[in-house]
Design a protein around this ligand. Structure first.
Ligand code: UDP
Ligand code: MG
Length: 138
């Protein structure tokens, strides 16, 4: 039996600014994800800080928050078998330099900070992140 899973994805400000959001969404569809929810928003500082709370003591936290509020982002709930790992695999490694060929971050990431997309890293994280931005989902 196939059990579907839902993950949370963000097309980050650099990718939206560069007009590659549509291409990324096309890759998402080619890879058999179902887009359950999608919205384009400008995150507030408070939202970005809450979302990345787990990184609040890291040296890159302020830069990360500034980047995430530097322009609109596209938020999505993506459903698929094994969605959490499948989306992280399609994104590639955090640092585009280390990302595999054909991954989104390899193709479009500019740096370890400006790396085009976000994806939840575990079922607990997905639940938390979906709950923040799509509280009415399921
Ligand atoms: N980040 C950064 N510098 C670092 C590590 C991470 O600017 O040294 C940023 C980057 O945008 C990354 C985000 O912080 O996507 C969250 O980091 P995490 O380690 O959770 O990576 P991810 O789960 O996004 O691959
Ligand atoms: Mg992460």
């Amino acid at each position: 039996m196939i059990t579907n899973e839902t993950t949370f994805a963000i097309i980050k400000p650099d990718a939206v600014q560069d007009n590659i959001a549509g291409f990324i969404i096309y890759l998402i569809e080619l890879n058999k994800f179902k887009i359950l929810e999608l919205k384009k928003v400008q995150l507030t500082r408070k939202e970005a800080e809450e979302f990345y709370d787990i990184h609040k003591d890291r040296p890159f936290f302020n830069e990360l928050v500034e980047y995430m509020i530097s322009g609109p982002v596209i938020l999505m709930a993506l459903e698929r078998e094994n969605a959490i790992n499948a989306w992280r695999e399609l994104m590639g490694a955090t640092d585009p330099k280390n990302a595999a060929m054909g991954t989104i971050r390899k193709m479009f990431g500019k740096s370890i900070g400006s790396n085009a997309t976000h994806g939840s890293d575990s079922p607990e994280t997905a639940k938390r992140e979906l709950g923040i931005f799509f509280p009415n989902l399921k």
